[in-house]
Design a protein around this ligand. Sequence first.
Ligand code: ATP
Ligand code: MG
Length: 566
Amino acid sequence: MTEENNKVTEEKKNLNFIETIVEKDLAEGKNDGRIQTRFPPEPNGYLHIGHAKAICMDFGIAQRYGGVCNLRFDDTNPSREEVEYVDSIMEDIQWLGFQWGNVYYASDYFPQLREFAVQLIKAGKAYIDEQSAEEIAKQKGTPTQAGTNSPYRDRPIEESLTLFEKMNKGEIPEGAMVLRAKIDMASPNMHFRDPIIYRVINHPHHRTGTTWKAYPMYDFAHGQSDYFEGVTHSICTLEFEVHRPLYDYFIDELKALHPEDGDYRTHQFEFNRLNLTYTMMSKRKLLQLVQEGLVKGWDDPRMPTLTGLRRRGYTPQSIRHFVDKIGYTKFEALIDVALLEHAVREDLNATAKRVSVVIDPVKLIITNYPEDKVERMEAVNNPEDESMGSHEIAFTRELYIEREDFMEDAPKKFFRMTPGQEVRLKNAYIVKCSGVKKDTDGNIEEIYAEYDPATKSGMPEANRKVKGTLHWVSVPYSLPAEVRIYDKLFTVENPGEEKEVDFRELLNANSLIIKTNARVEKELEHARPLEHFQFQRLGYFNVDPDTTEGHLVFNRTVPLKDSKKL
Ligand code: ATP
Ligand code: MG
């Protein structure tokens, strides 16, 4: 058995706590051995890396246990939702490598939900409250102090039925009344203190238009939608743990109305959400960044969105591996973004073609190399994968090297180019700097060097010890390119936690540096958007979709090395 296979079996044995529960449920024959999950995004923004963690769980469970995972849009708040988000969510899930069974919308259940609400009113378990949101909030009490009953709590059932009807017909202005479940204003669980279950929203819905005027709240839509669909394991993040008793309460009420459903029941399970250093996962704040032009869009490569990460050069495999590594627990934690970077580096190391690019070029002239000579040097595409073969890179008298690879008065430990010191030009010759030309301000314009013809890579002399190897490109056989270098979007580890400061003030002013003078080897002439490369000695890069004929644009996905030891 190969090492890779061993790892797989090893991982399979290490069930996460939800898989353990699922296996137990299967062993006990719950829900006739059926496994059904759902991924329930609200279409009010683009998916981010946190959602990827939920997606891997929801779809992963279904895949592993022969079940089905459906995609359900929790579209119960029309004022924030748009079709653009629905489309992007589908695209991102598929890009991650998952496929849903069916697509559902909570809005498809509006008729059933309304019917259920009516049943609750008729049973004396819900009432219309005409107080303002502030008054209702004031009466909520605190976790240690009971709340106060609304003066409308015991109004006649008929009145509530009539008013609910009016809410639905659009005869009640927004905010003038709400439907509340009548549960227990003294419950230690605040969510039981007569939660609001319906409110009026005038904004047209992205699917149902103006058909509905009153909309169910999350707690009155989510669990019921699970139930209508036949979900068995409703998996979500820890902040919903306190909602679970209410989830169960409404399921009990529904089941009482549907004895024909037998033993079927949906259960909610919670895991820790993903929080990542130097970024934030709040869709509301991400939307603000987009709307205020603080980033270029949802797909800005600095964004933690899946579309942003894709544009940045992240691969679906790297994101899935990352999620696997961090695992699922019951404890909130802040994950170091270095782990995510490590995952993509690992993936691209195995798959990305190595090419030569000089981001900040200075000319290097090999004075003893013939002027019109061109040699085709062999450049291995990926030392990690022989099957990727090699390509040729042109070597000429005039080259570009990185400006920072040269120093005129270098300290002892500087192993790059400095007068009198030999260095190797990758895949080519050993050269020795013999002088420089400067402009009137003392800036270096050209560097001169001599090469040793006996040291061509592959020749016997090639093994001569030199301390440094530099990357380079040929002046006549290279192309101009723009390179975008990204850094952390925020300057602090946990911007979401900084309550006193406006999060905009925490943005990193240097999160994007654009290098417009880069030179890339000819091999990249036909590079396609989103294609991945390793730029030798510099990092992993991909082609940005802004690339047009004659104008190549690259994004740095990650530098070559971990910034810290993991
Ligand atoms: P909102 O702020 O709009 O409520 P949300 O991030 O909770 O945003 P949803 O569309 O409600 O977004 O999320 C869909 C699913 O993704 C939910 O099951 C939610 O628990 C899960 N999810 C959201 N954020 C994270 C995260 N950071 N880590 C793991 N799962 C997440
Ligand atoms: Mg949510």
